[in-house]
Design a binder for this molecule. Sequence first.
Ligand code: BTN
Length: 247
Amino acid sequence: MVIHTFETLPSTNQYCELLDLSQIEEFAVYWAQAQTSGIGQRGNHWASEPNKNLTFSLILKPTFLPVADQFLLTKVVSLGITDCLRNILPKHADIRIKWPNDIYVGNSKICGILISHCITGGLLANTIVGIGLNVNQTSFPDWIPNPTSVKLLTHSELELLPLLTDLILNIQNRYTQLRDNPNSLDAEYLSQLMQLGVKAKYIYHEKEITATILGVNRFGHLQLITAEGETLSCQLKEIHLPPNIAQ
Ligand code: BTN
């Protein structure tokens, strides 16, 4: 793995989007010690205190995967991150994946993931996996709902480079699992999914509903059943947890 380190970039994902990725090797990492315009999901800003956290992008070349199976990469990355966190957080920490790919500990978000795919000739050519992991930051702006960090959970500081290397190795292990036995990721992803099987309130198309998560389909759409017995299949823009519970 080659790690390209930058003091400051606007956004590592945006930087990677401007590269000629055909010339870049798989598993290349672009790590910014500070980002000035970090990008989050749903068009949000990703705020991270300089030199305290991991903000990086990883290049994958999943040419072996049909485009329709791209959600498997979300599973690979989410599971790689939870594997890594399980080794460093206290044993009792309740590490969960909030659909589709936020990493939570209890009710607090510790890591966000932003994945974009370049598709050529109907095949996945390059994938940019942007990861923001809160490591040594202990205070956060008020507008970030329920953040946490490794330091808040362990009360100790971690060196960033060894943690980054460990994180990438864990993701590589899950990527190998994807190549060898793609179906084996599904059950593990589901077993770590937040609120699976739990009746809860959601905002669906701007309306509050009560529903239970049943799972996630091949395309990564969240499957729910409402209290009235209607089944829903939702894409990211269609459904939110109410903001007072989580982001
Ligand atoms: C989210 O909103 O949960 C996704 C956050 C992703 C943030 C990371 S930080 C490194 C990479 N570069 C960016 O601009 N965004 C991603």
